[in-house]
Ligand binder design. Sequence first.
Ligand code: SF4
Length: 229
Amino acid sequence: MKIGYVQKTSFIDYPGKISAIVFTQSCNFRCPYCHNPELVDPERFCETLFTEDVYDYLEKRKGKLDGVVITGGEPTLQAKLIPFIQRVKSMGYLVKLDTNGSRPKVIEDVLKKGIVDYLAMDIKAPYEKYSRVAGLLVNITQIRKSIALIKESGLPSEFRTTLVRSLLEPDDVLRIGKMIEGASLYVLQKFVPSKHVDRSYVKKSSFTDDDLAHLLADLNPLIGRCVIR
Ligand code: SF4
């Protein structure tokens, strides 16, 4: 596993649980607003950790943490993801897997093996704008498959979209709502300028509170629950 870093404790990344977050390195998207360039852009890669050290840390935290969030980068690109999850599960942890949905085969595998407890997928844009917002050509068939797998999994799950005003219109978000209609949870993530894959995004902004209030009202009939984070 190429692990860039570990956040030792989080109270917010696994809903209702105390978790550690494992950030895997490398991604097959280049979302310009991504705030983890050291996990995405090979020219800015950070040094990686020894996977054994991560296991040691998790062993020591048994009984103090409920779960482990595996995020990135894009975790499903990691060749050793499944044995990694199996080892984490064998320690008694709940596992939440974050994904950009580009590799449904991996999602299918973890579901068949019953080794994840929560799935979270980023939805970048309506299908026709997907590649533009993700920064690379995206295979939409794979995205559709991942959405279907997650919706039908029966597991706790969420879809989420980062709202950058220069990339998405409010109507785009409603179109995303229709793509995931019937999902249990949709999270609208306000874009917050920090460090980004595209350094110019430090000057970009998110939707207004007014936009968000209207979106919540319009999305509510489509989704079990819709929240702003
Ligand atoms: S935000 Fe985009 S570029 Fe960053 S890790 Fe997620 S999918 Fe990859």
